[in-house]
Every structure is written in structure tokens, then in C-alpha cells.
Design a protein around this ligand. Structure first.
Ligand code: T6T
Length: 321
């Protein structure tokens, strides 16, 4: 299986932010809006963001909807507009539905930074959506391709692959599905897609759907779980056996599943780095240091399998819950 640390923007910034404690200047208030509360991916992101906020002497608040749902995320954004925060760092729950609320925030003078997911098509240079200052996140099409190619290799280059996904409209998981499908297409028919199901970010639903597919498709060879809960549910359904699983995201459970042979590959994103760079960018923007800000920062992956799971790099990439 593939093992590599892929890509990775440094997000380096040479600016020294105004430290309000020492200068008496207004202490910036920055809000991180997660895609969903309690997900170890976003918990790890918040830790990276908080570390940077403390370093920069700014206030960070962290909030997120109880479900991965734009209807629940919108009032959080509206409350932040009413509170007049200085900057919003957000993992938008839907690439279309979150444009309008974030446009309202931008019109109110709040700096907007996308983290993990994007809105519109993610190209903030030429649009259609250009007001967010930056998009900091993984290259998710590449991530889906890494998963697909590793699965194809693991199943010997032929067979059937099933994709467990979250819900259409989330930029990250849409692109992972696309990347995996591209890898399947490249086999010219040797590998086929057994189907895609959407679990609404529920591991329980993913497990149910996977169980049904296992009964229907007796010769299934591999499963791609496109996010933490999708993969967790698929692994619960499969237990141990013939079927190979590529697990996007790296909570402790995924590492346990890898060690036990239930999962074959764990693709760790770098959420702590996303949070850290996003806060640094927010402070840069508020201080007018816009030349430090790149419109797009791909943060890279650590791809973990049995052979490298104990390396310091893999261990450091496991999410903190
Ligand atoms: O995979 C991450 C994140 O990148 C995605 O946008 C939503 O799901 C996760 O938070 C994992 O549960």
C-alpha cells in the first residue's frame, strides 16, 4: 500500500501580529465554526487554532452545529454577525447553501476564511465566489484518488468497490468520491463501482447500508469510507475478512482497526495545521498584512498503513478527541 506524506503548504507568515496584551490594542475576536460538533477531526482543528490564537493574543471561540447540516449552521453564522466578531473561520456544511449566510457576514465587514470545506467551486481567485480570503484544506480529489488506487492495488487490480459517503453538497467528500471514481475509471473496466450510499454523517447508518450491500453484492472486494463516520460504520459492518477498506480520516479507532486488520489504509488529514494557519491568516488580514495570505493552501496528508503506523510522523497525525 501507498505510504507517503503528500503535498503540504507551509502557510508560513512572517508577520508578527499585534499582541493586544502588550500594546493595549483591541483584542481581535475570531470564531471557528466547525462542520459538526464533537468530530475528532474538528476537535483537532480547534486545538491547532487555539494554540495559534494564544500565541497571537487573540480570542478564539469555537462552535458548530449538532449535525453536519447547513440549516443548523446558518444560525450560528447569523449569531456571530450579531456579535460583531472580527473574523469567521468556517468549514461550511454545504458549498451552495452556506454562500448567502457567509455573504451576509462579509457584507458586515467580517473577514471570512474557509477551512476544510469550501463554498462555490473553491476557486476564490476567479469565482464564482471570491469573498473568502483563503481556502485552507486537503486536496480532496487527490485524497480520493490515493484511497481508490490503494484499494485497487490491495484487491489485485480487479473486482468491485463500494463507496460509503456522507451527503452530496459537501465539497470535501464530493471530491473524494470523484477522486476514487477516477481511479476506478483508470482500470478500464477491471474494477467496477458497486454503488455509492450516503449516511448523513452517521456511523450507524453507514454500518446498516454496508451490511445491506454485503448481502446484495456477494463478491464485493473493497470499500472506500470517505470520512471518519463513513469509514467507522463500514468497518463495523465488515469486521475482519476478505474485504479491503480504505479509511479516510485518522481517529484512534481507525488506527485500532488498522492494527486488527479490519482496515487496510488510513488517510490522515492535518486538521491541526488547518486551524493554525487559518488563525494566522485571520490575524494577518485584520492587521492588513494581506500579502502574506494565499488564496489556497493545500495542507497535505499522512498515509498510514501497517508498515508505518508506529513512525513518529504517523503517530503525530492521529486525531485528538
Ligand atoms: O473528513 C472530515 C472533513 O474533512 C469532512 O469535511 C467532513 O468529515 C470529517 O470531519 C470527518 O468526519
Amino acid at each position: 500500500a501507498a505510504l507517503a506524506a503528500c503535498g503540504g503548504g507551509s502557510g508560513s507568515s512572517s508577520s508578527t501580529a499585534t499582541n493586544s496584551a502588550s500594546t493595549g490594542a483591541k483584542k481581535y475576536s475570531i470564531a471557528l465554526v466547525q462542520g459538526v460538533k464533537g468530530d475528532p477531526f474538528y476537535v483537532t482543528m480547534a486545538k491547532g487554532a487555539q494554540a495559534e490564537a494564544s500565541k497571537q493574543g487573540v480570542t478564539l471561540t469555537v462552535d458548530g452545529p449538532a449535525q453536519f447540516n447547513a440549516t443548523l449552521q446558518t444560525p450560528i453564522v447569523d449569531a456571530l454577525i450579531a456579535k460583531k466578531v472580527d473574523a469567521i473561520i468556517i468549514a461550511a456544511c454545504d458549498k451552495q447553501a452556506m454562500i448567502a449566510p457567509l455573504q451576509r457576514a462579509n457584507s458586515a465587514g467580517i473577514k471570512i476564511i474557509s477551512v476544510d470545506t469550501f463554498i462555490g467551486n473553491g476557486d476564490y481567485t476567479s469565482g464564482p465566489v471570491t469573498f473568502p480570503l483563503s481556502y485552507i484544506g486537503s486536496d480532496n480529489e487527490q485524497g480520493g484518488k490515493i484511497a481508490g488506487e490503494a484499494l485497487i492495488k490491495a484487491i489485485g487490480g480487479k473486482g468491485k468497490i463500494y463507496i460509503q459517503n456522507v451527503q452530496p453538497g459537501i465539497s470535501t467528500t464530493d471530491q473524494r468520491e470523484q477522486g476514487c471514481k477516477e481511479a476506478i475509471t483508470a482500470t478500464s473496466g477491471a474494477v467496477s463501482l458497486a454503488g455509492v450510499d450516503y449516511n448523513e454523517d452517521s456511523a450507524a447508518k453507514s454500518a446498516q447500508q454496508t451490511t445491506a450491500v454485503l448481502q446484495r453484492v456477494r463478491d464485493l472486494s473493497g470499500i472506500f469510507g470517505t470520512n471518519l463516520f463513513s469509514a467507522e460504520g463500514a468497518a463495523q459492518a465488515v469486521k475482519q475478512g476478505q474485504i479491503k477498506i480504505a479509511n479516510f480520516d485518522a481517529p484512534e479507532q481507525a488506527i485500532t482497526d488498522l492494527r486488527n486488520g479490519v482496515v487496510d489504509l488510513v488517510i490522515a488529514q492535518l486538521p491541526g495545521q488547518m486551524g493554525q494557519i487559518a488563525v494566522q491568516y485571520a490575524v494577518d488580514a485584520l492587521n492588513g498584512n494581506t500579502s502574506n495570505i494565499k488564496k489556497h493552501v493545500p495542507t497535505g496528508y499522512v498515509v498510514i498503513d501497517k508498515s508505518n503506523v508506529d513512525s513518529p510522523q504517523s503517530q503525530a497525525a492521529i486525531y485528538k478527541s
